[in-house]
Design a protein around this ligand. Structure first.
Ligand SMILES: [Zn+2]
Ligand SMILES: [Zn+2]
Length: 638
């Protein structure tokens, strides 16, 4: 009888009959906690626990609470959801049902719309299927047979998927549980009973294959976890996230508007939003000057030829907008690199001039699909804190280290934790092996020099060079892409950038593209959600609101307002003829850090009595004293 030689958890090896299931081998090999396993990894491949093992090597359990395990659990739940939907809504066709970052979805063709009541009915039916504990059975059939099978059932989307498979795919796998059959590569959990905690969340329209020319399908989103407790925590966090939704807070705090009359993905900043933005931008300018950057500014539109030369016309055209001026095509910039290179090229550069660091709060336009637009977080016009650093290869390490230090400082200032990822050369890339190695080493070494922990995303770099991505973590533990550092040897080549080296010869500089906060709009959206609208004092567009008790206090209120504005405090007055309690409640809802009530006592003693947004009263003080307190707390970054 054929045997397979399998590595044991203790490092030893043992032989098992070929064809034993992964689950049986795991148990026989002495793996612990197998009741938490949802699948197995055989020589690196994820497979069903029931899958026979026929080759030597490694067999390991995949736990429900691991990243892969959770994805398998959630994806399996999407099969159960599809089964429930077809049970309850005969004639509904199924499209695809993958797991995603925080859950899963399945797309359905349904002539009506799924309502909230429908979702709870579907959940109920899913619970029934789960309690039956039907096993997920895999079988392989020929592609032609599968096409016939799904065609007979009217599952046109599955037929299309099968027909589009590459020509050399002869066999496909089907999975069934309790009479429901789906086309799927797998793996899945062993049986429906493995699913312990799930919740359907919402319904959204989605075009088949993401293409607007195709049929509009209905996507039901759901999530699942290994335990009910984890699910509960997630749902609580979601509720909290809804309360903090920056679009809602943007309205409530009167920061900005999104208006269909203007167009999707285009933001109008109201006075307070524009002020918040200005505070962040002022911080950016100050910090960049401090670190030896030059502030520059390029035009919004540049002639088409430049975009051809940069490669954007070939590789990025669909995301760009174009316009015509004097019968000539101009591209509206989606990136700020070109003007910065033209500044570099305006003079002969010597190695002594380098590094050059050009910084621009660069407003760019990118044609994002309407489906992905999301308030400030994903817009069609946004402003990046963009810089391009041109340096010699020898300077690369120090420059990257300086940027990682900059990012670290910025994250501390805004009170964010973050994670770092290094993305290396992708399969499709340009440039020489030496260039890639030099750049990747420089990025990695500078992280090591700083003692920064990082993960490697193999093959996830840009086609023109490797990069470091920083993901900040907000108060709800959500991750957001902010800073990136990208190495680029291609653009200096395309634009023939050179410097004269110590040897008197011409050399090619290396270019770094980098952002620190990323898009200012997006960063503002993250900030608003991170703080639930209660921004730190130094970022608050309104730091203090003066509130009169009655109309006779208005002249004194105005005097206080003038003094505060002169002292540099961002203040405003609420002199309406309203009850004080009402004014204070409104100030609290607006998350104003200080409310200054002025009544008889304050007027007579020429003082103010600041009340913090958390309700604490600081007692009477004169106006200069209050201005000093604001200044001090801003400096302490409270
Ligand atoms: Zn599946
Ligand atoms: Zn760039």
């Amino acid at each position: 009888m054929k045997q397979v030689r399998i590595q044991l958890p203790d490092g030893g090896k043992a032989d098992f009959p070929s064809g034993m299931s992964a689950r049986e081998i795991l148990a026989a090999a002495g793996w612990k906690d197998l009741e938490n396993a949802v699948a197995a990894r055989v020589n690196g491949n994820l497979v069903d626990l029931a899958r026979p093992v026929t080759e030597d090597g490694n067999v390991e359990p995949v736990a429900a609470n691991s990243k892969e395990g959770l994805a398998i659990l959630r994806h399996s739940t999407s099969h159960v959801m599809a089964q429930a939907v077809q049970d309850l809504f005969p004639g509904v066709k199924v499209a695809i049902g993958p797991s995603i970052e925080d859950g899963f979805y399945y797309d359905f063709e349904y002539s009506d719309t799924f309502t909230t009541e429908d979702l709870s009915r579907i959940e109920g039916r899913m619970e029934e299927i789960i309690s039956r504990d039907d096993s997920f059975e895999r079988r392989e059939i020929s592609r032609d047979e599968a096409i016939r099978f799904f065609r007979d059932r009217g599952e046109t989307y599955k037929v299309e998927l099968l027909e589009d498979l590459p020509g050399d795919v002869a066999a496909v796998s089907l999975y069934s549980q309790g009479g429901y059959v789906d086309l799927c590569r797998g793996p899945h959990v062993p049986s429906t009973g493995t699913i312990r905690a799930f919740k359907l969340l919402n319904v959204a329209g989605a075009y088949w294959r993401g293409d607007e020319k195709n049929a509009m399908l209905q996507r039901i989103y759901g999530t699942g976890f290994g335990t009910r407790e984890e699910l509960g925590d997630y749902l609580t966090a979601m509720e909290e996230a809804k309360k903090r939704d920056h679009r809602r807070l943007g309205r409530e705090l009167d920061l900005f508007q999104l208006n269909d009359e203007v167009g999707p993905g285009l933001i109008i900043f109201h006075p307070k939003g524009a002020l918040l933005r200005t505070i962040i931008e002022d911080w950016e300018r100050k910090e960049h000057l401090k670190r030896g950057y030059d502030i520059v500014q390029g035009p919004q539109i540049l002639k088409g030829d430049l975009w051809k030369r940069s490669g954007h016309f070939d590789h990025y055209r669909e995301n760009m907008y174009f316009t015509e001026v004097d019968k000539e095509i101009y591209g509206i910039k989606p990136m700020n690199c070109i003007a910065h290179m033209l500044i570099y090229k305006s003079k002969i550069r010597s190695y002594r001039d380098l590094p050059l660091r050009y910084f621009e709060l660069g407003t760019v336009h990118r044609h994002e699909k309407t489906g992905v637009l999301h308030g400030l977080l994903r817009a069609r016009q946004f402003t990046q804190d963009d810089a391009h650093i041109l340096c010699t290869p020898e300077q690369l390490n120090d420059e990257i280290k300086a940027i990682t230090g900059f990012v670290d400082d910025a994250m501390k200032v805004f009170h964010f934790e973050y994670e770092v990822e290094l993305s290396t050369r992708p399969a499709k890339s340009i440039g020489t092996d030496e260039d890639w190695e030099m750049a990747t080493n420089a990025l990695e070494q500078s992280l090591k020099d700083r003692g920064m922990a990082y993960e490697i995303n193999a093959g996830d770099g840009a086609f023109y060079g490797p990069k470091i991505d920083f993901k900040l973590k907000d108060a709800l533990k959500r991750k957001w892409q902010c800073a990136t550092i990208q190495c680029d040897f291609t653009l200096p080549e395309r634009f023939d950038l050179t410097y004269v080296g110590a040897d008197g010869e011409r050399h090619r500089p290396v270019m770094l593209h980098r952002v620190i906060l990323g898009a200012i709009e997006r960063f503002m959206g993250v900030l608003i959600e991170h703080y639930g609208g209660a921004l730190p004092l130094w970022l608050s567009p309104v730091q203090a609101r003066i509130m009169t008790v009655t109309d006779r206090h208005i002249p004194y209120g105005q005097e206080v307002l003038r003094s505060l504005l002169e002292a540099g405090v961002r203040a405003e007055g609420d002199f309406r003829n309203e009850k004080l309690g009402y004014k204070i409640r409104e100030g609290q809802n607006q998350k104003i850090p200080f409310m200054l009530v002025v009544g008889d006592r304050e007027m007579e003693s020429k003082t103010v009595s600041p009340r913090q947004r958390d309700g604490e009263n600081l007692g009477a003080m004169d106006v200069a004293g209050f201005a000093g307190l604001v200044r001090e707390r801003c400096e302490r970054n409270e």
